[in-house]
Design a binder for this molecule. Sequence first.
Ligand code: UDP
Ligand code: MG
Length: 311
Amino acid sequence: MDVKPKLSLVIPVFNEVANLFVLYDRLGAVLKPLGVSYEIIFVDDGSTDNSWAFISELAKNDQQVRALSFSRNFGHMLALTAGLDAAHGEAVITLDADLQHPPELIPELVRAWQNGAEIVNSVRQDTVGAGIFKKVAADFFYWLMARLTKINLPANAADYRLLDRKVVETLKEMKERSRFLRGLISWVGYKQEHIPYQAAARFSGRTKYSFSKMLAFAVDGLASFSPFPLRLATYLGLLGSFSSFLYIIYAICVHLFTSQTIPGWTSVLVAVLFLGGVQLIFLGVIGEYLSRVFDEVKARPLYIVSRKIGL
Ligand code: UDP
Ligand code: MG
């Protein structure tokens, strides 16, 4: 099919074989009545189950299904990136494969786009079945991002959104490795709209975001958009220097005007250990930023595609 479709759907897939059929079915039910041409691009992020075989089977029977497969697991953000790179549509919708992003919202996204919005974000109201821990952690993260960065992330933004072709082209220009997409989306500007939706529980399987992946994601988001952790070292250093300066004056006065000496040992040891700890922490913080610079300088490809269908 050489005619450019109007709508591209980009779906990252990492071991989601049990969700794919229902997803495909519900997408079809929503997309066909819309009456616009579309393509569905599955990005297989190094799945080890039968996801790829299943997608190939779908593609055999449906011209509108395209797919690419990574040579290994590169992560959700890079899967989305590859999908955006491959998409042909005038508008691109990204959604998860686990049906937490209900396909039934697509007509609303498209309508907002047709009414002039260039980015249509979805904002989840409530995730059925999400643990309290995940909710609290997410709230804290969005609070922190709002305080520390200049970008304006809507709380509970999901990676379920529609992007106009213009926006997709802009994102393609941004080749940075740390792809905290919701941050980049907020950063690019454009006419944005937000549509609330009720997030469903995962249809099948477990979340692919372990605690450590979530933490890495959060650190990535923060480090890509805020130099504040680095600046914090300066502030703490200033505070430390200033208070020790006051203490020096106090110590000299005590020496000059009284016959006492200031007792030491414990306070010395505490101060040394505390400062040593703080210095190590900030060496770590510098390391975080430095390793990101190192990654950028190496300039390796963002992802490696091993197989393609219809692209
Ligand atoms: N995913 C991916 N690569 C990964 C992890 C996840 O492509 O390394 C996909 C996954 O298949 C799903 C989407 O990203 O379609 C969101 O993942 P998940 O549902 O596990 O995250 P959660 O909704 O729990 O935040
Ligand atoms: Mg999910």
